[in-house]
Design a protein around this ligand. Structure first.
Ligand code: IPE
Ligand code: IPE
Ligand code: MG
Length: 238
């Protein structure tokens, strides 16, 4: 398959799901599934950039994921530590700029430093923007935005009647990032799991049974092909 003559969505947002099922399928611990998922993520940052995406957002850890077992959360934190450093190299080598969305304050201080180094170290890159959603929840993001907005309005004494959609969106973590054109969820679940609730208002959804660790360039191309066949009714570029 080739992407020739296809409209490339400028922003693709992914819910990378199925690491646990992949581990079960291979008879290995869940942590191994997450490790395999991180390896796929590394490859997909490059593949997304090569495909010509301008923004590639992935859901790596939700505000609800803290409720998983201590062992699993611990394994995920270890992987974050390790892959933040690797991602800095990969992003730098591919001219990719990294942004983080979500509430980083809940992470351990060395992970926060890893995130800051990754964002700062790639700030001037001019290629694709890779947005990593960790400790991210759509509702949490909207509540934090409302708090920031109330504070800003209190300070400036501005009238609440002035608040429009654009103004509100500028307080979200995704300020200045265009809404996703296409949302991909791997592993077949038909739900949003608190992902980008505001931003996905008019995005096309594509769900595949492919488990995230098995996802690759060809699977991304299939999703882009499906996107090209959709009849977009509002606000679309296709
Ligand atoms: C997605 O894989 C990764 C994270 C949520 C961190 P899961 O761990 O949710 O995999 P399944 O859904 O159990 O297969
Ligand atoms: C969504 O997957 C969150 C991430 C991919 C980080 P989950 O596996 O956590 O979602 P649910 O529990 O199936 O809704
Ligand atoms: Mg899951």
């Amino acid at each position: 398959m080739s992407l020739e003559n296809m409209v490339i969505p400028q922003h693709v947002a992914v819910i990378l799901d199925g690491n646990g099922r992949w581990a079960e399928k291979h008879g290995v611990p869940r942590a191994m599934g997450h490790k395999a998922g991180c390896e796929t993520l590394e490859k997909m940052v490059r593949a997304a950039s090569d495909a010509g995406l301008k923004y590639f957002t992935v859901y790596g850890f939700s505000t609800e994921n803290w409720k998983r077992s201590q062992e699993e959360v611990g394994a995920l934190m270890q992987l974050f530590r390790f892959y933040m450093v690797r991602l800095l190299k990969i992003a730098s080598a591919n001219n990719v700029r990294v942004r983080m969305i979500g509430d980083k304050t809940r992470f351990a201080s060395d992970i926060i430093k890893g995130i800051d180094d990754l964002v700062e170290g790639t700030r001037d890159n001019t290629g694709m923007t890779f947005v990593i959603a960790i400790n991210y929840g759509g509702r949490d993001e909207i509540v934090r935005a409302a708090r920031k907005l109330v504070n800003a309005y209190r300070q400036s004494g501005k009238d609440a009647e002035c608040i429009g959609e654009e103004e509100f969106a500028s307080f979200l973590d995704t300020a200045d990032i265009p809404d996703p054109d296409l949302m991909i969820r791997t592993s077949g679940e038909l739900r949003l799991s608190n992902y980008l609730l505001w931003q996905l208002a008019y995005s096309e959804f594509y769900v595949t049974d492919c488990l995230w660790p098995d996802f690759n360039k060809e699977e991304l191309e299939k999703a882009i092909l499906a996107y090209n066949k959709r009849e977009r009714r509002f606000g679309g570029r296709v």
